[in-house]
Design a protein around this ligand. Structure first.
Ligand code: SF4
Ligand code: ZN
Length: 469
């Protein structure tokens, strides 16, 4: 298990006496890469030099809002020039800090806008620092995206409604609702050791409330050391403490957090590499089975035709596995809480393989779940629910909407026909299988109360919501 510290000021003078030891300790603790943001031109040059000397370090360059008063035109031009260096992966850290006001606010705004323009010209992501200025920071980002909508647009995953990642709010100070808005604008968030503090402000709510795919890990060394080191000089080697806390509030394993945040850092900064596609993938205490990328639907919120990543797992398979291959990967199914048929694709398209694998799991005392769009009867041209009895312990069906027209629009299929088939499948499943859950995606225009009452009263199943992005 390795981690990426996406925000550590290893160039800070606090590390002058033992910089190499700090990096060696980080490597020993499993930190594979560190991104060192610059705070002004001199510090940005130091960041680049450090990155040249140490393969584990990458640099970001820019003027911190505290140092905005130092940024004249020549300085900003030098930052842009420096940003062409191959070890530079971002413009940062940049933004607005109205808490300390160490630079005049008009200078902060001018320099922030100028550096956003540099990031856009260079097609680089940004590392944002915002303190007591969130509203204006978001408004300036919004304006700059409007002025340059193509900024990192090519990195948008095909089929995804979320734009390609444009930057990260480091030490994100706001609430969950604003964080989701930022995700929609193509930003990630990262939270340092504050998540481990007794009084974490919004940090724990954000760490728990934003899906892990949109979070990065950071220490913000030498500041904000996590508990139990609070008050001492922070170092990148403390990342695992932060990752563990985020895992706890996300109800994930620390491996899930490490893998997912590494992939997020790869997507944003191009650091590290994309993982290989997988037929089976562990999440929390369960094992998931990825039988196919084929689907009869084409949901507007689905990334099946895009990157098809889930919590750092690459599900974009280039061929479909044989049941025997999957069984070999499962091994002893009792090691897992559940074995779940779920990928970017509809598992009942591979009904025979699904049944063979489920039979193996049940024969060896494991538990199974099927995540499906509920169109298995149409796909297989027969009622398949009786065939699942004894093989599938739980089924989770995407309800998406109780309105057949909206259902069709969201899934880009014939709404009325497929909605009726899905409801029939759900009713039959309630009669036949031990546990049936129907889910909707958390979208503003989907009527949640109506969906809940439909699921509980008319179908007799359990209702659940899943996040949009
Ligand atoms: S049914 Fe599932 S796999 Fe198919 S397009 Fe919709 S979300 Fe993606
Ligand atoms: Zn910083």
């Amino acid at each position: 298990m390795t981690f990426i510290d996406t925000h550590a000021h290893v160039t800070a003078r606090e590390f002058d006496a033992d910089r190499d030891e700090v990096l060696a300790r980080a490597a020993d603790a499993g930190i594979r890469f560190i991104i060192n943001p610059g705070t002004n031109l001199e510090d940005s040059r130091r960041a680049v030099e450090l990155a040249e000397r140490h393969p584990m370090v990458y640099a970001a360059v820019g003027y911190h809002p505290h140092d905005a008063r130092l940024a004249d035109e020549a300085g900003l031009a030098a930052i842009e020039e420096l940003s062409t260096h191959p070890r530079v992966v971002a413009i940062g850290e940049i933004g607005l800090d109205f808490h300390y006001d160490l630079s005049p606010r008009d200078a902060q705004e001018r320099v922030f806008a100028a550096q956003l323009a540099i990031a856009q010209r260079r097609d680089l992501p940004v590392i944002i620092h915002s303190r007591e200025s969130l509203e204006l920071t978001v408004a300036m980002l919004d304006a700059s995206i409007t002025a340059c909508p193509e900024w990192r647009e090519s990195r948008r995953a095909h089929g995804s409604r979320a734009p390609g990642p444009r930057g990260v709010f480091h030490c994100y100070p706001g609430d969950v609702a604003t964080a989701w808005k930022l995700v929609g604008m193509g930003f990630m968030v990262s939270l340092p050791g504050i998540v481990t503090f007794k009084k974490p402000g919004n940090a724990v709510d954000v760490a728990a409330g934003i899906s892990i795919e949109h979070q990065l890990l950071e220490t913000d060394s030498p500041y904000l050391a996590p508990v139990p080191h609070r008050g001492t000089r922070n170092e990148p080697m403390h990342i695992p403490l932060i990752a563990q806390r985020i895992a706890d509030v996300q109800h994930l394993s620390v491996e899930d957090v490490a893998r997912s945040t590494n992939v997020a850092a790869y997507q944003l900064f191009g650091v590290g590499e994309k993982p290989e596609p997988r037929f089976t993938y562990p999440l929390k205490r369960s094992l998931y089975i990825n039988l196919t990328n084929r689907c009869d639907a084409d949901c507007v919120f689905c990334d099946r035709k895009g990157e098809a990543m889930v919590k750092g797992h690459n599900l974009k398979i280039t061929r479909e596995p044989e049941a025997e291959e999957v069984i070999a990967e499962i091994g002893d199914p009792t090691r897992y809480e559940e074995v779940v048929f779920c990928g970017y694709g509809e598992p009942t398209i591979r009904l025979e393989a699904l049944k063979q694998v489920a039979r193996f799991v049940k024969d060896r005392g494991g538990r199974t779940r099927l995540n499906t769009d509920g169109h298995g009867n149409i796909i297989n041209k027969r009622n398949i629910v009786p065939e699942l009895a004894g093989l599938v312990d739980a089924v989770s069906i995407s309800l998406n909407s109780t309105d057949p027209q909206q259902y069709g629009a969201l899934m880009r299929i014939d709404g009325p026909k497929n909605f009726a088939a899905m409801v029939e499948f759900a009713r039959e499943a309630v009669r036949t299988l031990p546990r049936v859950v129907l889910t909707i995606v958390d979208l503003d225009d989907v009527d949640e109360d109506k969906a809940r009452s439909f699921v509980e009263k008319e179908i007799g199943a359990i209702f659940a919501k899943r996040p949009f992005f």
